[in-house]
Design a binder for this molecule. Structure first.
Ligand code: MN
Length: 200
């Protein structure tokens, strides 16, 4: 069964001015579409054709680089779009806010740690907030890897993921990845992140 690319859960311009329309169009319609297309090509006619995306990702260590990179790309981007929203941002509340305070000391400290994880990831990759052994943790992964993968350095259940590939920010922020990572707080969908936290 071939994988398909879902439409964005909001308009391309919904995250302006923090994430620009052009970036969203290219990122979703070109980059994410290419991960889906290349994943389908890589699994066609193989036993992986019948596996779910979660199964593929969890067994990243025993699948081909093409399936790992493009399967991860499809998983990560689908998760990323749902992590963002218009009229979002602010701070989390309820149990998630309590867990963030307990793990990091404060929401501000968490944001600093998360931004540092994204800024110091050399080359392309992702910054994550994960639940690992019942505790919140910040981590990062290279390329299109994610914390669900058996090959991840820090494993856990992601509840927030931010793309730090240049294609995610270059049109608006050029080389200023930290500026992108500062702006992204304005569009984080904390309601969605809290739902994931409760489910983890
Ligand atoms: Mn991307």
């Amino acid at each position: 069964m071939a994988f398909t690319l879902a439409a964005l859960p909001y308009a391309y311009e919904a995250l302006e001015p923090h994430i620009d329309t052009e970036t969203m169009k290219i990122h979703h319609d070109k980059h994410h579409q290419a991960y889906v297309d290349n994943l389908n090509k890589a699994i066609a006619g193989t036993p992986n054709e019948n596996k779910s995306l979660d199964e593929l990702v969890k067994n990243a260590g025993s699948i081909s680089p093409a399936v790992r990179n493009n399967g991860g790309g499809h998983w990560n981007h689908s998760f990323f779009w749902d992590s963002l929203s218009a009229n979002a941002g602010g701070a989390p509340s309820g149990k998630l806010a309590e867990a963030i305070n307990s793990a990091f000391g404060s929401f501000e400290t968490f944001k600093e740690k998360f931004a540092a994880a994204g800024a110091t990831r050399f080359g392309s990759g992702w910054a994550w907030l994960i639940v690992s052994d019942g505790k919140l943790q910040v981590s990062s992964t290279p390329n299109q890897d994610n914390p669900l993968m058996d090959v991840a350095e820090v494993k856990g259940t992601p509840i927030l993921g931010v793309d730090v590939w240049e294609h995610a920010y270059y049109l608006k922020y050029q080389n200023k990845r930290p500026a992108y990572l500062e702006a992204i707080w304005n569009v984080i969908n904390w309601k969605k992140v809290a739902e994931r936290f409760e489910a983890a």
